[in-house]
Structures are given as structure tokens and as C-alpha cells.
Unconditional design. Sequence first.
Length: 303
Amino acid sequence: MAKGKVKIVEVGLRDGLQNESTVLSTHQRFELLEKLIAAGTKTFEVGAFVSPKWVPQMAVSKELTDLVLKKYPDQKKFHSSVLVPNEVGLKGAMETGIKEIAIFASSSETFSQKNINCSIEESFQRFEPIMKIAKKNKIKVRGYLSVCFGCPFEGDVPEKKVVELAKRLYKMGCYEISIGDTIGVATVNQVDSLFKKLKKVIPITKLAGHFHDTRGQALANILEAYKVGVRVFDSSIGGLGGCPYAKGATGNVATEDVVYMFNGMDVNTGLDIDKLCAINRWLEPQMNHALSSRVGKVGVLKV
């Protein structure tokens, strides 16, 4: 019997694909999702209701979400969500009947301006009508907080600021706040320190870790967050993705690598590592480049 349990939020279809140069068709994305579900995935991002002018990779999000909800209508069993930046995005998402959305805030002013073209305060003003409409329509809202451990433009980000913004998202009504190492600069000491401060003002069950593996520290950081009490982690199949503002960014931590680590700790993820590795082999030629997952390349030891 497993000693513990964690929830893995699969972000490959949204956060993973949005920064890839290869554009997968709606059919390819749906096939990827079906393979992920067959591997045990129950919580996943489908896409983002953003302007295709700014994020062309997400142009098929409505079509894909419609397909997903038609095939997997039980949103209590399969927790599908989409990112929405504003009321326009929310209204588009609501047309699909989806019951969970995500909003996105930054921990640094410059990153906020570069990424969503507004200040941190303006982003929170945009959230207010979104939260109101979501509450009225019984739509769950997850909050993302980016560059929590370092900004590519401002450098160090004060812990106090991260805690304050995360607390604000929680008080607004976000059921979960994903703390992001968007450019992959975090170290275990930072992770330990920040999450210990966060859990003093937000229940640890409402916090998630979102680590990018730019400097090869993601698994160590996830393990440290787990030791502090975090039990929800975002990951991307194959390590898809990256950040356009982080030089050399290799993307999100790979789902296969995270599951392999937790399997070795006897912690249940609900995911089948062999099936995830098979997905990696299927996906890599379609992306036209090698995927960064270590476990996905070699699989698990078979004797």
C-alpha cells in the first residue's frame, strides 16, 4: 500500500503546447488527451481562451474543449479546465459548458506588463468580474501565480510580495493557488522558505507547485515542497513547453519524471508510468524535436 498520495495536474495541452513551435491539430491534441486519460490522468488543462493573435497555439481551444466535454462529460471524474485572461475569455469558455477555469497573475510588475500587458493591480481588477460570474454559475477557479522565485527582468522577487498576492487570490475565491517557478530558477532552500510562509496564511491543501526544469532543479524542488506538505503538482507530458522570456528554458517538469520519483517514494499518483513513457515515444516525432523527459527516453528498469 502506498505511503501517501499526490494529485498531478497535467498542463501539457495548454502550458506545454503554447510555447512550442510545432502546432498540433485538434485531432492530435484530442488523441494525446485520450492517451493521457488511459494512463490515469484525471485533472488536466485543455487550453486557453485567449486571443489567437497573441497565442496562435491556443486557437483551437474551443473546438478541443467541446470535443473533450462531449466524450468525457463527467466533470467530477475528469477535471478539465481552461485558462481565461478576462471576461471575453470567460464567456467563450462558458459556451462550452466547462465547470473549471484558471486565472493568471504575476509576482513582478515587469513580467505582468510583458506577459499580459497590464500591471499586477490591473490584472486583479480584471479578476473581479470573472470571479463574480464564475461564482454565480458555479464554476471553480484556480489561480496561477507566476515568477514566484525569480523574474527574468527584475531578478529576485520578495517572498512577502508572493505571499500577499497568493493570499489575495485565495481570498478572492480561488480554490487552489499554483505557485510557479516560471523560469526555473528556484532552489530547495527557496522552496522550503516560501511554502512555509505561504502555509501560515493559506491552507497547505489549497497550494500547488508549478516548477519548470530550466536548470535541472524541478524534481528536487517538488520533493522539497512535498516535505513541506504540498500534495498537488503541475507537470507536462514529455516536459513540453517553456517560457518565451527565459533564455534556454526547457519547459515544465516532465510528468513521467515526476511520477517515477513518486513511485520510488511509494507515493500514489494514480498514473501508469509505462503508459506515460509510451505517450512520450508517440508524441516526440509529432513535435519535431527531442522531448526533455529523462524517464520518457529510457523508461523504467525491466529485468
